[in-house]
Design a protein. Structure first.
Length: 375
């Protein structure tokens, strides 16, 4: 019995020594790898980390004492923490050969880019460096997301009114006056002064002048300081100047500065690609069987809702609008107010408690999410 225990303890000691030896070897390899990364020795790095050939650049600042090696439950696989949120998986084969299998934090991206990507679901925290790079390489997502955003924003920043203080004459018998422009921001975003421009064109002088812009809070208006316009004589006053407003941003700039992610953008993008492969991405599916027709809400199934559709509605009205999509598909409502309202509609035919998401066409899916933001 004594000898059996002695043999058991000896075996355990040998196993521990072997594990310690392996961990030490992995740490030595990890430190060598990190050193090569920090010195930008990419050719050597790619030999140790074969998949890094797909990476444009790697960066790492570390202290040798901070490197920690932990053996995982998978034999020969080690997790290495370099500190500073950087870690890697290193695999050691039975013959002692080691390679870096994956990493997190070796690829550095601008903080705002990562924040935006996480917010839209373009990347997720569990993705490793190579998976993140593959996602960021899918530029079609960003192009599709930005397409139309600036266009919609332009429709919501408008000239709301023009006033003037024209007099019989200004000076030296030159007729004219100050023209003031009121700008309305119908969007949900606070717009900075540097991002838009109001121009007045004098049809008499055939010259354009630019107003000094002001910041506009969401849903509010500002009046820009007046610009004095001269007229050649009194009889030209019936030739009114023309006014225009432009946004001074590209699609990408507007998206980066003002867009507020919902969290489902990348999923919707992937779903759209799947539908596109089936030839359904660019057209609405026909109304499902049993969907109420000839109602005041039919348009929610045939076009995208915009801010102009709801800018004069309160939250209760927007809630009804969103739930009208479900009501037309026959959904029953537990909320007594919604139930009472839709029961009063002649077209409403409640037949089920839930509507399968696949029954909604692309307009309905978009409009549900859009209206939910304002509800």
């Amino acid at each position: 019995m004594y000898y059996e225990k002695k043999i058991l303890f000896a075996s355990a000691a040998l196993l521990l020594a072997a594990c310690t030896s392996s961990s030490d070897e992995v740490k030595k390899f990890a430190v060598d790898f990190a050193t090569k990364v920090s010195h930008n020795q990419l050719d050597s790095v790619r030999m140790m980390y074969p998949d890094a050939a797909k990476c444009d650049s790697l960066a790492l600042s570390f202290a040798e004492d901070s490197v920690k090696v932990t053996e995982t439950e998978t034999k020969g696989t080690f997790s290495v923490d370099f500190g500073g949120g950087v870690n890697a998986i290193i695999v050691r084969s039975e013959d002692g050969k080691m390679t870096v299998k994956s990493s997190k934090g070796l690829l550095a991206y601008p903080e705002e880019q990562v924040k935006f990507a996480l917010g839209t679901g373009w990347i997720t925290p569990e993705l490793d460096d190579l998976q993140r790079q593959e996602r960021f390489a899918d530029t079609g997502f960003l192009e599709q997301l930005s397409k139309g955003f600036l266009s919609d924003l332009k429709k919501q920043i408008v000239i709301a009114g023009i006033s003037d203080n024209r007099t019989d004459y200004a000076s030296d018998w030159t007729y004219g006056g100050d023209f003031f422009v009121s700008v309305k921001n119908n969007s949900q975003y606070d717009i900075n002064a540097e991002d838009y421009q109001v121009t007045v064109y004098s049809r008499i002088r055939k010259k354009s002048r630019v107003y000094t812009s002001k910041d506009i809070y969401a849903g509010s208006s500002v009046t820009l300081d007046g610009i004095f316009l001269e007229y050649e004589d009194y009889y030209n006053w019936d030739v009114e100047p023309s006014f225009s407003i432009t946004l001074k941003m590209t699609d990408a700039e507007a998206l980066a500065k003002y867009y507020v992610p919902t969290g489902n953008e990348y999923k919707d993008y992937l779903d759209g690609k799947v539908n596109s492969g089936n030839g359904t991405n660019n057209q609405a599916k026909p109304a499902a069987k049993g969907v109420a027709q000839e109602t005041q809400y039919d348009w929610l199934s045939t076009r995208y809702a915009t801010y102009d559709d709801i800018k004069n509605m309160d939250k209760g009205q927007i809630r009804v609008l969103k739930n009208a999509i479900f009501a037309r598909h026959g959904r029953r409502f537990k909320d007594p107010n919604l139930r009472a309202y839709f029961n009063s509609q002649s077209w409403y035919n409640p037949t089920r408690d839930e509507v399968p998401p696949k029954e909604f066409n692309k307009f309905e899916n978009y409009n549900i999410k859009f209206l939910l933001k304002y509800e």
